[in-house]
Ligand binder design. Sequence first.
Ligand code: 1AL
Ligand code: ZN
Ligand code: ZN
Length: 520
Amino acid sequence: MTLNPSTNRHHYPSPAPSPPNGIDFTMTAANPITVLASSRAILDGKLTAATIVISRATGKITSIFHSVLHASDFPPGTTYINHSPHILLPGLVDAHVHLNEPGRTEWEGFWTGTRAAAFGGVTTVIDMPLNAIPPTTSVSALREKVQAAQGKCWVDVGFYGGIVPGNPTELRPLVEAGVRGFKGFLIDSGVPEFPAVSSTDIALAMAALADEPTTLMFHAETIPPIADSVGDDVQRSLPPLAPIGPLDEYATFLASRPSAFETYAIAQILSLAHIAPKLPLHIVHLSAIEAIPLLREAIANGINITAETCFHYLSLAAESIRNGDTRHKCCPPIRSQSNQDGLWEELMQDDGCITTVVSDHSPCTPNLKLLPSHIANAKNDVVAGQEESKGDFFSAWGGVSSVGLGLSILWTEGQSRGISIEDVVKWCCKKTAKQVGLENEKGDLAVGFDGDVVVFDDEGFFEVGEDAMLFRNKCSPYQGMRLQGVVKETWVRGQRVWDREGSGFGKGGPNGKLLLERRR
Ligand SMILES: NC(=O)NC(NC(N)=O)C(=O)[O-]
Ligand SMILES: [Zn+2]
Ligand SMILES: [Zn+2]
């Protein structure tokens, strides 16, 4: 090793690999590096051999080589791991997670939710504005959330703001305070403190955000009016379709929330898009394939709109949901197998309207799922004293728990559909990062990006037992399933947070960053 006294920089020992493209191939004593290598990695969306150098001081990727370099190529003191043949992926950005703290921390919290994320290779989660109390509909509520999150996050966490009636003046201050987008509901949200918006509210929100660097997102389900003369406010207060059939049969629930709820809501949003032509619009958790032609046409006409779908719509189907298995209840609902096939078909199109796949992890305490004891098989699923309403899809909380399982769910389901690991990275890393304005630091393995790296064994299997459901309440439709694709290690900004075969969660504690830098 040669020491350059003027800069105190240690240069790499000979034989050092020649630095391609003039990359600064040096390490200072104050800036030690971690090097992760593998014969297989996803760089710039393509599978290739790679050696990734991460600064331990900044957590950023400082150089990348498209080949496997050796430990001896680096200075002593370098942490070097060759993970061949496991795949190095950029950490997943799950752009739709409900963490529910403060206020409903017994449903989920920052600590449990972000550990579950890290377990499954998710290095960034974006928290939804509802189910915590207060909901994130004002800057002061955001402050409470940020306060509650301090010191508890194992991965990086960003926040969405909420659009509710009466809060348009809060929206720009929320952008300034660092929220990464906004969500509004066109139907009852399930919690009283987050009411649905009318067309008038949407128009006000669009006007307020028209020139802001943000994304306006909608829970697009609404009850089509019984008559054109029904006013907007009356419309919003209509009850959903009454159940016709046994309440514990999934088909009864599915029939109460038809695809027309989604297409009608999307048409309503599109009819207002001219108010903010530049503002990125986004449909969260798209389920109904009938909405795809509407969205495609809108995009062809220049409307700036995208859609996400969820792991559960791509892996579960109405036909296989047992009576009373409310772990599958979510809104919009999981639809037929042919609907699932149609979502996959759209997702696989390069120019499709569905650009991202997220979890919509929206958990609750097991008692609120009203799960009958013949289905409950995790310890905390069985709750005494609710026999009369057990399995009632209409009374049960709507939301599927899956944060941290998504990579393996998609990989398992995708085996028979011919997807590649590059596809998964596109849907769950690259495009989700873009959706929330993190495309210059997350979602890819590239110089200058955060050193968020997943070590993925694409051929391994695991069973979704309690040890794989690190979210607070072990109640998920994936429970007991055998999934292909195991996350061996998760690195967040150059620190190993999860080491499946080694020490488990890192001794460094929860070092997740709260992503509150204003979007640009
Ligand atoms: N209040 C909720 O968490 N709702 C969520 N619930 C679902 N998806 O069933 C959602 O994202 O709409
Ligand atoms: Zn929603
Ligand atoms: Zn949600």
